[in-house]
Ligand binder design. Structure first.
Ligand SMILES: *Cc1c(COP(=O)(O)O)cnc(C)c1O
Length: 312
């Protein structure tokens, strides 16, 4: 993995009866294949953050996330490769009570731990104030100086990296679709898009702050929309319909989707196709932002409830 290089990923066309019937073309940009842990957009968002950390001569990185966060494990593995110590503030105080047990049960944190990441577990209340001056000072007293990467890797450097997702060849597409968490990825896509292109975001969580976040990082107006009907109840929530969809999509296309982000987006895109929301001859590019590492944690919970799991 080289953080200085310009990575271009392949667009894979998807063939499904509904696409043929509605005369719509759908391609998936396989950002998920960049790396098994530094998945898709997390590579994009870390690239210029790591460059900035190096410029500032920082030796360590600190970031934040939930217990199954793609961003946490990506930062741990990327930090190890690029030669940084890594620290993480993890939501969920109870996880710190017995670290051995937590690591046994949680593949995301286990991989991050194996990559040298040190954790500080906090309650949901403290987590909400994680970006406050007082809290950051406390962490500096604990761990020494560090370069701070915000939650999800979204800041101006993260957005700059996401602008590199689209290439010149992608100008043939009318619509660019992506899943939205903190808004960094869609901001980069908006900035890099061509005049005739529309960007459609599928929020994976309930959050009315998202549009404001995106406006902070973008200059082009009226080119993008957030479709809020496909969050399946909120962040990391899913239901049997979504899991069944992910499994059938895998069978039909051989592309594995994650249940937190990309599964919801593709479900949404195909629902819009069914409802004739895309005109005939539309060319759609959906960004597969990765997240495959998170499937194990979701499957564990589904198994506990005796539900259908995601087939790998
Ligand atoms: C983090 C993540 C997102 C959300 O990206 P944002 O830039 O935070 O909006 C989407 N898809 C996957 C797979 C992710 O891991």
């Amino acid at each position: 993995m080289n953080f200085d290089s310009q990575i271009e990923t392949q667009n894979q066309q998807v063939f499904l009866p509904i696409l043929e019937e509605k005369k719509v073309e759908l391609f998936i940009k396989r950002e998920d294949l960049i790396h098994p842990y530094i998945s898709g957009n997390k590579f994009r968002k870390l690239k210029y953050n790591l460059e900035e950390a190096k410029k500032l001569k920082k030796k360590s990185l600190l970031t934040f996330g939930g217990a199954f966060s793609n961003h946490i494990v990506a930062t741990a593995v990327a930090g190890e490769i690029a030669g940084f110590k890594t620290f993480a503030i993890i939501r969920g105080e109870e996880l710190g009570l017995n670290l051995t047990k937590t690591l046994e049960e949680n593949a995301t944190l286990r991989k991050a731990h194996e990559s040298g990441m040190k954790f500080h577990f906090v309650s949901r209340e403290v987590y909400r104030q994680k970006a406050s001056f007082g809290f950051i000072e406390k962490m500096k007293n604990k761990w020494g100086d560090f370069y701070l990467i915000p939650e999800g890797g979204t800041n101006i450097f993260g957005v700059q990296g996401c602008q590199e997702i689209l290439t010149n060849e992608d100008k043939k597409f009318d619509f660019i679709c992506c899943s939205v968490g903190t808004g960094g990825t869609i901001s980069g896509l908006i900035n890099a898009s061509k005049k005739h292109q529309k960007i459609v975001g599928f929020p994976a969580l309930k959050g009315n702050f998202l549009s404001e976040e995106i406006k902070k990082y973008t200059i082009k107006k009226n080119k993008w929309r957030l479709l809020k009907n496909y969050d399946f109840g909120g962040y990391a929530k899913n239901n049997e319909e979504l899991i069944a969809f992910i499994n059938s999509f895998k069978k039909e296309t051989d592309i594995l989707l994650d249940p937190v982000y990309t599964g919801k987006m593709l479900f949404g895109i195909l629902d819009l196709v069914k409802n004739d929301s895309f005109e005939e001859n539309s060319k759609i590019l959906a960004i597969h932002t990765g997240g495959i590492q998170g499937i194990e944690g979701v499957n564990q919970k589904l198994k506990e409830k005796n539900k259908e799991i995601i087939q790998l």
